[in-house]
Design a protein around this ligand. Structure first.
Ligand code: 3ON
Ligand code: FE
Length: 495
């Protein structure tokens, strides 16, 4: 036992917890400037805007929040234009953000355990949700929308990032109705003369769960909406699409609302992973010929596991193939724990798996594609719903074990080749976004854009990596004047 302890003490890590923690501080200031501190050169053909969303505040006027997923949404906008780049960030002026900033204190409980001061008595029977608009940001149908999966989108001005109000898509969404933070962009929709469309969903949890699927045309109009009810409580953060199907992973979890009701835990802290129950894969046809009901919906079973994010799915013969980041288990968010003290070694890593869903035999077969700890997969936008050769993913520096993201990994599914660029020991990674080079043919011909927190300077960089030569030093590294707290998702809008 003593020998073992010594090994774990002397083993060198690619990061220090103290450096990692630096990326989870609030950024209260809103900036607006041309980026002048640049290493390398911004490709002149890279024109457009990278929008990013994520928690901007990790405290409300000094009162720490319990989990980063409870942080108020802050949008960053990096616009590339003829070799130059401009930065701007703005908080989404949600009703809750404005109220709390005015009061100078926490007024809302968060889903992931943030509680109002005053103990459980001050929190019991308070079911109000603060729509924090912190998870994703998309530009679709001439609208810039900040998304949070449990409520409606907020619309922002794409240039100033001013909050314009909540978006109901001409009354198709009702007050408070959810619109998930993980829409998928179908580059060529078979039902709409091969025009692009946006597919999204919402989850209404309960004893049974209602899945609603939305499809929006290029003008931003909701042109298809259908709902399906499935037995059991579900926590579903993401999904995947193919030309004909939506695929959801119904993770094996149970929900005990009592500690939430009594003010002792956030709703998200009442979710318990069930390692001995199967994952159910729910396949909903995108076009329901028979209106409503469970008709056409297929449910397959596979091993237990927890999936937040899917990389992509496609149809092949009788199968749907789907690549997803799967965790062997999901730790509960505990009221007494502090995410700032995360013991990475005690947690299971997310790993990339391929699932073959056989619709004929109604079976699922899975195989591990990548054992390195990874999260936030992305790919060429034209490959969404189609078979893909390359994936780009945020990854740990070390090839095994669980650790914070410090690198980016390119996976070539055809040759098996891997390319990795690591920002360790002082750099911490986030979601990569792939931007195709204009008029390119090859699937990996483009750039990968990402924010990297640099603990050595306590600031963040925008890195531009070459999609083809991914293990080389970045083409450009844009040094921002400040840090950006570790974020969630974003998208690139070409000029
Ligand atoms: O009954 C409950 C009601 C409710 C409103 C059920 C419930 C818990 C599902 C729910 C709300 C869920 C929400 C609001 C979920 C929000 C999730 C979120 C903001 C982010 C998820 C991120 C996932 C991952 C994998 C993040 C990884 C981050 C890193 C690797 C750090 O850099
Ligand atoms: Fe996500």
């Amino acid at each position: 036992f003593e020998a073992q302890e010594q090994i774990s003490h002397t083993s060198t890590k690619s990061y220090s917890l103290n450096d990692w923690q630096g990326g989870y501080k609030s950024l209260k200031q809103e900036f607006d400037y041309w980026i002048n501190d640049i290493e390398g050169q911004i490709p002149p053909e890279l024109n457009g805007t990278l929008f990013r969303n994520g928690p901007g505040l990790l405290d409300i006027n000094g009162q720490p929040i319990h989990h980063p997923f409870d942080g108020d949404g802050m949008i960053s906008r990096i616009t590339f234009s003829n070799g130059r780049a401009h930065f701007r960030n703005r908080f989404v002026r949600t009703a809750g953000y404005l109220e709390e900033q005015k009061a100078g204190k926490l007024l809302y409980r968060g889903v992931f355990g943030t509680q109002k001061p005053g103990g459980w008595l001050a929190n019991a029977f308070d079911f109000k949700l603060k729509n924090i608009a912190n998870t994703n940001i998309i530009y679709w149908g001439n609208k810039l929308l900040a998304l949070w999966e449990a409520a409606e989108p907020h619309r922002l001005d794409p240039y100033t990032l001013e909050t314009l109000g909540k978006e109901y898509f001409n009354g198709v969404l009702s007050e408070g109705e959810a619109f998930s933070a993980h829409p998928r962009f179908d580059p060529s929709c078979e039902f709409d003369d091969s025009k692009p469309c946006l597919v999204n969903f919402s989850i209404k949890p309960g004893l049974s769960t209602t899945f609603t699927v939305f499809e929006l045309d290029t003008t931003g109009r909701i042109i298809r909406k259908h709902a399906h009810s499935v037995p059991g409580f579900a926590f579903i953060h993401d999904f995947a699409i193919t030309p004909n199907y939506c695929i959801f992973f119904h993770n094996p979890v149970t929900f005990n609302p009592i500690p939430f009701v009594l003010g002792m835990r956030g709703a998200g802290e009442c979710i318990k992973f069930q390692p001995n129950q199967p994952t159910r894969v729910i396949i909903i046809p995108r076009r329901i010929l028979d209106k409503g009901g469970l008709r056409g919906v297929q449910i397959l079973e596979t091993q237990s596991g927890f999936v937040f994010h899917h990389a992509n799915a496609f149809e092949q013969g009788n199968e749907i193939i789907i690549d997803s980041i799967c965790y062997e288990s999901l730790p509960e968010v505990e009221p007494e724990s502090d995410f700032r003290q995360t013991d990475f070694d005690a947690l299971k890593p997310g790993q990339l798996w391929r699932f073959h869903l056989n619709l004929q035999e109604q079976t699922v077969r899975r195989n591990l594609l990548e054992s390195r700890c990874c999260e936030f997969p992305t790919l060429h936008p034209q490959k969404i719903g189609r078979s893909h050769r390359y994936l780009y993913i945020g990854a740990a520096h070390a090839p095994s074990g669980n650790a914070p993201l410090q690198a980016f990994l390119k996976i070539d599914l055809e040759s098996g080749e891997r390319q990795l660029w690591s920002a360790a020991p002082k750099g911490f990674a986030s979601e990569p976004v792939f931007v195709p080079r204009p008029h390119s043919q090859r699937e990996d011909d483009g750039w990968v854009l990402a924010l990297v927190y640099d603990a050595s300077r306590d600031r963040s960089d925008v890195v531009i990596l070459d999609g083809r030569n991914f293990n080389q030093e970045p083409i450009a590294r844009l040094h921002l004047k400040h840090h950006i707290p570790y974020g969630l998702h974003g998208n690139f809008t070409p000029e």
